[in-house]
Write a protein that binds this ligand. Sequence first.
Ligand SMILES: Cc1ncc(COP(=O)(O)O)c(C=O)c1O
Length: 592
Amino acid sequence: MITTDNNANRQPDAFAELEQGVHAALETYSNVHRGSGHNSIVSTNLYEQARDIVLEYLGLPGNRYVVIFCSPRRAAALGALLGPGKYQVVSSSDIGLPLGIRALAVKKRALPRGIPFQTGGGTTRIIAPDWAIWANAPDRFEAGTPAIINVIAFARALSLTRQHGKDIFKGPQTGKLSATDILYRDDMEKYTGQELLDALRQTLIGRSMKVPTTEGLKPYINFDNSASTPTFTPVWDAVRRTWRQSPQVQQEIIREVRPLVAGFLGAPLASYDVIYTSNTTEAINLAAENLSREDDKETETVLLTTILEHSSNDLPWRTATRYPLIRLSIDNEGFIDLNQMETLLRDYNQEYRYGKKRIRLMAVCGASNVLGVFNNLEEISRIVHKYGAQLLVDAAQMVAHRKINIEECGIDYLAFSAHKIYAPFGCGVLVARKGLLSFSPEEMELIRTSGEENTGGIAALGKAIVLLQRIGMDLIRKEEQALTGRILRGMAQVEGITVYGIRDPDSPTFARKGGVIVFAMKGLMSDSLARKLALEGGIGVRYGCHCAHILIKHLVGVSPSLEKFQRLMATLIPAIKFPGLARVSLGIGNSE
Ligand SMILES: Cc1ncc(COP(=O)(O)O)c(C=O)c1O
């Protein structure tokens, strides 16, 4: 009998299979390793399984090799440190996918010791103002939030290529679209403002997921948006459509998103460079590397920062520049003292009280990931520039929540991550005033191509910005403030809860508070509290030190002698946990 089945020899739609797997991962998406909720546990498992899939793909044994996921530029840096023969690498570009992922399978014995080549969140176990205990591999070499979904997508794609052939993602694809179609066209076009926000919430991926609790399955309540945000169908559509496009259309997307970012942040491209990275941490490491090269023989550089900072805006300044850091303290609500800041700048840069020492740069967060306070960037910028210093803003916790205008504010550098603005596909951004970056043309090319290889992530970032702009940042601010006020009022009724920072929704400073609330419960360690919320309520929060050890120790009152003891304990008992706080953090996916 002659078969007429036209499908008999047809290639499976590899992209459809890949998308199905990634969509499933997005339904339970959360940050890895540190969240308490069900989704964080699932995402962590998937992310860690990706390492096994890479080892299997390369035919390497897990007892002798460790897999490190990184951006192309980090892979080049780590590869140079390791030298030939010490590792094998497999790239998303090898299999025709624009994910910007390199998986390095490194011989455990060959792993470099000492300070990692890039530092920030996740690279340490414990941090004090003048020392750090570094994490083990692979975390030590994966600074900042990894490109979790891209890594999962990559691992899934590797498995698919093993089943169906290595070229299944290569060659012309069906469904050619333009950058405009991908970035601007969607089912939500007819809506703006509140209507759009309401419609978009219906498309939150994972919205209808239920999670196991001690009382059976319950809807998942995501109160861990500061760690990473889930995504919405239009953003995911932009990603999967981008994966299928030709290199020409991908270039169009890269070109189109740059002015979108610039417009959203008020950083005209005539005056600012917009550089794609893999996360905020990589962006700040770049800025720190850049500063370390501008050696001025006449002066000695000192850097100014605050105790509020996430370790991604603290460690790179210590490790990449090695310049001394002065950290401004905070008041009970979490605000730095601008008079103290001005006095320091005047003493160093105008009255030369410290000889050749000059404050070259102030590195400060736009908003704290622990206390949720928004810094007064206009005023900080005015003072910093009055004394001839530069300003870097770590805007990781700001961009999704408040309007920013880089040019009006006079910001010199700004860094943020797309995974905190509903686009969790491994893209970060460094905005730098033109003329400040002094990398060689070859280095600049590596920096550029490293970020631009993740076209899917760039498309997601662009699409998320389009949607946020259509909703309006003022509306987002109002919604988040209303919810924050409601939660704070509710918490005030619960006996035994201590909220840190601004806790009164009627106080004049409440306008400067975002949807981030840290708290402790009498008699419970933060990890037990977080576990209880997950197990009994299906609620995902973050616990511990939030990659802001210096601040958490300040808040919970760890004295210098106790800190020394902690160091000893951390060395003796690697798995030991230290006092921390639980954190609720909101995003536009949360509503009344
Ligand atoms: C204030 C702040 N800065 C920097 C970072 C680092 O961002 P990423 O992990 O995306 O590099 C975070 C992440 O939690 C943050 O909250």
